[in-house]
Ligand binder design. Structure first.
Ligand code: ATP
Ligand code: MG
Length: 332
């Protein structure tokens, strides 16, 4: 069953002197019980997509086109109240910055309790039991529910936001860079924890990250984003073993632990694309080592690689792998 269907999403931001085309026709499905990754460099539009799904775009952001369905229902047609309820009841959000998500002057336990009592008719004592249960679930000491956010470490605060997100048994968890700013060991623990819990409560996960290694560990499917467009998407294993898009190849080789070929990494020099206009050619053309005239002139469509659950947006998708080998062959 498809839990979330994003079809041809376009999002722009109005600024004083321009219009930023942050998301440009992105489509993907998250299936029930499966984990989906959105990966890309800073500015590729990951958080914008997450916020558009959640109905939490900043005031200058507009969803210009596309449809958004949750369990088959068009959520863009819902009233603000319905949308907000959906957010707590069905879709949980673990935001990019844990510290901002917590109220510094309220105890962590009370914050979670408030989230529960706002949406469920339960006694105070029942809600408190649930808070303790949630603390245990994320491996925080339940005797600490009366402590304030500043009394916890960064990793622990992130666990508190996870506990809060899980308070109402959501069916979809959207986590935006849940481990950014934490040290590597804590990162690993948090990722495992999210995974474990999400399996336990049978929720799906939409994981937003710039770290393709985390996606390799966690997700079944992914979309690789660049400049607000999907460059490659589909089965994680197939894409990481056989990337067909030059951007994915570059991204993958910037994580050496994933790259078991002995090829020299294809570096991705240059800076992100200008988003002040809709793209006229491939968004990656200025940084792609294989770009040709056609890449300047027309936007490559996302095309299916047969029998691999893999789609790639590159005019030279069939040649790309061969070109890469040629480009990295030390003898040429
Ligand atoms: P990061 O990895 O840094 O979190 P991201 O992939 O989440 O990046 P977004 O935050 O979605 O990227 O931003 C996509 C583009 O939209 C960027 O060019 C960004 O500068 C721009 N943008 C984001 N928010 C706003 C805003 N409120 N107003 C104007 N432009 C914005
Ligand atoms: Mg972001």
């Amino acid at each position: 069953m498809t839990l979330l269907n994003v079809d041809d999403m376009k999002v722009t931001y109005e600024t004083a002197d321009s219009k930023v085309h942050a998301v440009n026709g992105v489509s993907f499905d998250v299936e029930h019980g499966s984990n989906y990754g959105l990966v890309g460099e800073s500015g590729s539009g990951k958080s914008t997509i997450a916020q558009a799904i959640l109905g939490l775009l900043p005031d200058n952001g507009t969803v210009e086109a596309g449809s958004l369905e949750f369990k088959g229902e068009d959520i863009t047609q819902m009233s603000e109240t319905e949308r907000r309820n959906l957010l707590w009841e069905e879709i949980a959000y673990i935001p990019q910055s844990a510290m901002d998500a917590l109220d510094p002057v309220m105890t962590t336990g009370d914050q979670i309790k408030q989230a529960i009592t706002k949406h469920r008719k339960v006694s105070d004592a029942k809600a408190e039991d649930r808070v303790k249960e949630l603390f245990e679930l994320v491996e925080l000491d339940p005797s600490r529910i009366d402590e304030y956010p500043h009394e916890f470490s960064g990793g622990m605060r992130q666990r508190v936001t996870i506990a809060m997100a899980l308070a109402l048994d959501p069916s979809l968890i959207i986590a935006d860079e849940p481990t950014t700013g934490l040290d590597v060991i804590v990162q690993d623990k948090i990722v495992h924890k999210i995974n474990e819990i999400q399996e336990e409560i049978d929720a799906s996960l939409l994981l937003v990250t710039h770290d393709i290694g985390v996606i390799a560990e966690t997700c079944e499917e992914l979309s690789v984003l660049y400049g607000g467009k999907v460059m490659e998407q589909g089965n994680v294993g197939n894409i990481l073993t056989n990337p067909t898009n030059p951007y994915t190849m570059g991204l993958k080789s910037s994580f050496p632990e994933l790259d078991d070929t002995n090829n020299t990494p294809v570096a991705i020099p240059g800076s992100p694309p200008d988003l002040n206009a809709e793209p006229t050619g491939c968004t990656f053309k200025d940084r792609c080592p294989f770009a040709e005239q056609e890449c300047e002139e027309s936007v490559p469509p996302l095309e299916e690689i047969p029998n691999r659950n893999q789609r790639s947006a590159c005019h030279f998708v069939n040649k790309a792998a061969a070109m890469r080998e040629e480009a990295t062959d030390p003898e040429t």
